[in-house]
Design a protein around this ligand. Structure first.
Ligand code: DAK
Length: 257
């Protein structure tokens, strides 16, 4: 099976995953999704990895599911689709995931962006859910996460027309967190990753979990979760170290305990 990912560790605590299927604009074939899910699981188990940066090429972050592969699947194939499990594993990655996006992020590519926690986009990035042009709808969370991210009118417009939006519009709508020059996208994402990787790992993990709950559950339950997580962190060595480092006017040295 070809390897569709390039994996580097350019900074301490940071894993950089680059999608590499240029001949199909990083279309997300089953093998690529399987490799990505496995890589994220490995990163989650690895105590030296605190943050993952995910990127594609200058032309495409990912142009969606592999349409050629879709053409070969009948209804039974769709019911037993292994991609459902791969997407589930990707969407539940517990450590921070930063997408560095240039070019096309369409269909499953846009859904991959929305599974990420922080999105740094090049000025030329394009985000869209064009599935309607193929007679289908988004299948990896596109209707649900897009509406939560950008609100009803824009989500409806994007999903029902299939038309993509540019990086500035995506920033204004809340789909991305920051825009850079295209050649600086990965560098900026790594800078953000480095900053997060220097924090207390348990606090980072629980902060991500608490923030994601805000989109899923009612306010009272979310506040309860926050209180429990806050109390739990109060008993960690890293909390003692963080407070002590502040008093001693020095950088904290967190150990993940
Ligand atoms: N799949 C397969 N090949 C693709 C592809 C794709 N999505 N996108 C591009 N390619 C291939 C092209 O076929 C072409 O290959 P050759 O013909 O050279 O062999 C090569 O990449 C270069 O593409 P173009 O020649 O088309 O390049 P252009 O610059 O002219 O156009 C484009 C770029 C991105 C506008 C265009 O390629 C395009 O419209 N691509 C399709 C975009 C699209 O419709 N994406 C949505 C796919 S549906 C599921 C979860 C998720 C999904 C489904 C199920 N489950 C959990 C069950 C998601 C569905 C989708 O994403």
């Amino acid at each position: 099976m070809p390897r569709y990912l390039d994996v580097q560790a350019p900074e301490s605590g940071v894993r950089l995953i680059t999608l590499q299927r240029p001949e199909a604009l990083n279309a997300l074939c089953t093998e690529l999704l399987e490799q990505l899910a496995a890589e994220l699981e490995d990163a989650e188990r690895d105590e030296h990895t605190q943050v993952v940066v995910l990127t594609g090429s200058r032309k495409a972050f990912a142009a969606g599911a592999d349409i050629r592969e879709m053409a070969e699947r009948d209804l039974v194939g769709i019911l037993n689709d292994p991609r459902v499990a791969h997407w589930q594993r990707i969407a539940t990655f517990a450590k921070p995931l930063i997408a560095a996006v240039n070019g096309y992020a369409l269909g499953g590519g846009c859904e991959l962006v929305m599974c990420s926690d922080i999105v740094i986009a090049g000025e030329d990035a394009r985000f869209g859910q064009p599935e309607i042009n193929l007679g289908i709808i988004p299948g990896a969370g596109g209707t649900q996460r897009l509406l939560r991210a950008v609100g009803k009118p824009l989500a409806m417009q994007m999903v029902l027309t299939g038309e993509a939006i540019g990086a500035r519009h995506a920033l204004q709508a809340g789909l991305v967190s920051e825009i850079t020059q295209p050649e600086l996208t990965v560098e900026r994402a790594l800078q953000v990753a480095r900053s997060i990787a220097a924090k207390a790992p348990l606090a980072v993990r629980l902060a991500k979990e608490a923030l994601l709950k805000a989109g899923d559950i009612d306010l009272a339950s979310g506040l309860r979760f926050e209180r429990h997580a806050f109390t739990l962190l109060a008993g960690t060595a890293d909390r003692d170290e963080g407070v002590r480092a502040f008093m001693e006017k020095r950088p904290a040295r967190f150990t993940g305990r």
